[in-house]
Design a protein around this ligand. Structure first.
Ligand SMILES: [Zn+2]
Length: 201
């Protein structure tokens, strides 16, 4: 499981670091030339906002895909990295723009998962013998139990499904305080801390 996330994350990083991918055209008209020179023949044109697939990016001239069989060269200064479509399939049409692209959300989710893994690793590290995934909960003792209430917001909707009113209600609940004991499975080092949990009655 962890390996899958890490390789996905690595893929995501290489996608950013490697210059290959989709770029956006930042000038009104961008000439595509047959070779990397201002004097070379114009083979095609791109327009402002077009998503262009770059095969080989370099400082002055970049090689781009014109269609499935043709490539050409454009001035790199009129290209900006297009993160929204950088993971799109290469076989899609090169200038069409889809209205919704979920890849930024997927990236965000991958980063969140990786951060969570790092956090879990850090949390379960034994401070004594410094081994990873060492701390395991071995005891949970109830220290205190008090009545509490949880706020709930309910929404009233009309026939069209639009929210016409929101109500706030308090539901009786119980707040429990625990003394948690974690023990290192290697050296037996103990860590104790308090935690509270509120549950609806
Ligand atoms: Zn330990």
């Amino acid at each position: 499981m962890k390996k899958v996330f890490l390789s996905a994350f690595f893929l995501f990083l290489t996608n950013i670091l490697m210059a290959q991918g989709y770029y956006q055209v930042t000038t009104e008209t961008l000439n595509v030339r047959s070779s990397a020179s201002k004097d070379a023949d114009i083979v095609s044109k791109f327009y402002l906002g077009d998503s262009v697939y770059v095969i080989d990016y370099s400082k002055s001239w970049s090689q781009v895909k014109v269609n499935d069989t043709t490539t050409g060269f454009v001035a790199s200064k009129y290209l900006s990295k297009d993160f929204k479509s950088s993971t799109k399939s290469e076989t899609k049409s090169y200038s069409s723009r889809t209205p919704i692209d979920f890849s930024p959300f997927i990236y965000a989710a991958i980063i969140a998962i990786c951060l969570y893994i790092v956090y879990r690793r850090y949390k379960s590290k034994c401070k004594d013998c410094e081994r990873w995934y060492a701390m395991k909960i071995t005891d949970e003792e109830v220290v205190d139990r008090v009545s509490a209430s949880v706020k709930k917001t309910t929404k009233e909707r009309n026939s069209k499904g639009e929210v016409i009113r929101t109500n706030e209600v308090y539901i009786p609940a119980t707040k429990t305080k625990y003394l948690v004991t974690e023990t290192c499975k290697h050296c037996g080092h103990e860590k104790k801390y308090y935690t509270t949990e509120t549950k609806e009655n």
